[in-house]
Write a protein that binds this ligand. Structure first.
Ligand SMILES: Cc1ncc(COP(=O)(O)O)c(C=O)c1O
Length: 366
């Protein structure tokens, strides 16, 4: 049996007509960038998450970049973030000439360890940028307390977490801004690149809009140097169709995760979700010190896997200039050697789930 790591075809097939219908509407409207479709989708996402505003941009990397600029981050400022994430999170800090300051992770959740943040704060710290990794919200209440008591801003990188909750509140309502990715592999996925910036602060929202349209608050009047960074109407129309199904999809992922948990908890370290969190399982990531051999065994048996992430950011060539050494962030380094993400797209059937479980158990001779 083959179980691919991801299978977008299976997700899209049943909704092909509906999606093509939405695309056709945009085609007929001749409004391709921003406009009514994007506004409708922005309003739906803001209502879904529970923020006052949402602005569609071209991807989450640029959503993070614009958020940093809106919050005034520039040369020589420091931004505290996790080294155990996709590079986009820290890349944007460096692009602005600011310094990423890496805070090690909690080895159980893989999110930034909120107990270690205070020690990383200096007088240059402008922003804390937590990531809700694998679909589980970081310790946002604690992080907000740390930040607010020191006049530091917070950006939530919720690229992987739309629909996840922390203490009953949705990812995206905690920070000064929150950034979503609709990359094709995300739980809510576009047919290309797409992203969004959320906030409940009207000033931040106004500036966010200006940054995405060349720094213009009024057409052809430019208040500052901005970007061309707008959401396409086609993506907004597709995402509006899919948003209706997001809660069901996330629930299906939780069902699959429960089945994996039951089948695997005695052979590998299964994902730990804090009692105050509801995860959307963007990834179902197990942990074992025999990771590489297990991965090869699964590949040989037709099961796709992925490693998120094989090298923490402080060990990346691109960040050698920051001067971190091996051993500086030991939990991130250990996680990078041991984690393995299993297939968890929401269309997996029981036979496939059982096959993944029995193959992993066979590897451990259980
Ligand atoms: C945690 C995290 N942040 C940022 C990004 C960047 O998102 P995008 O590909 O939409 O720019 C990703 C995408 O994979 C991500 O996983």
């Amino acid at each position: 049996m083959k179980v691919p790591f991801i299978d977008l075809g299976r997700q899209h097939q049943p909704m092909k007509k509906e999606i093509l219908g939405a695309i056709e509407e945009v085609y007929d409207s001749n409004q391709f960038i921003l406009g009514a479709k994007v506004k409708e989708f922005e309003e739906k996402i803001a209502a879904y998450v529970g923020t006052k505003y949402a602005k569609g941009v071209s991807n989450c990397t640029n959503a993070l970049l614009i958020s940093l600029r809106v919050l005034g981050v520039g040369k020589d400022d420091e931004v505290i973030t996790t080294p155990f994430t996709f590079i986009a999170t820290a890349e944007v800090i460096a692009i602005l000439g600011a310094k990423p300051v890496f805070c090690d992770i909690d080895p159980r959740t893989y999110n930034m360890d909120s107990k270690k943040i205070a020690a990383a704060i200096t007088e240059r710290t402008k922003v804390i940028l937590p990531v809700h990794l694998y679909g589980q919200v970081a310790d946002m209440e604690e992080i907000m307390e740390i930040a607010r008591s020191r006049d530091i801003k917070v950006i939530e990188d919720m690229a992987q977490a739309i629909g996840a909750t922390h203490k009953g509140k949705q990812a995206g309502v905690f920070g000064d801004t929150a950034c979503i990715s609709f990359f094709p592999t995300k739980n809510l996925n576009a047919l290309g690149d797409a992203g969004m910036i959320l906030t409940s602060d009207p000033e931040i929202d106004k500036k966010t809009h200006a940054y995405r349209v060349h720094g213009a608050s009024k057409k052809y009047y430019h208040d500052f140097i901005g970007y061309n960074d707008r959401l396409d109407a086609v993506q907004a129309a597709v995402l509006t169709v899919k948003l209706k199904y997001l809660d069901d999809w996330n629930a299906q992922r939780r069902d699959i995760a429960n089945k994996y948990d039951d089948g695997l908890r005695d052979v590998v370290e299964i994902p730990y979700v804090k009692p105050e969190n509801v995860s959307i399982y963007h990834q179902y990531t197990i942990r074992t010190d025999r990771r590489d051999a297990l991965r090869q065994y699964l590949t040989d048996n037709g099961i796709g896997t992925s490693i998120h992430y094989p090298l923490p950011l402080h060990q990346q060539e691109a960040f050698t200039y920051l001067g971190y050494k091996l051993g500086d962030l030991p939990e991130s380094e250990r996680a990078a050697r041991e984690v393995l993400s299993l297939p968890i797209h929401q269309i997996l059937n029981n036979e496939e789930i059982d096959y993944v479980i029995s193959t992993i158990r066979a590897f451990f001779k259980k």
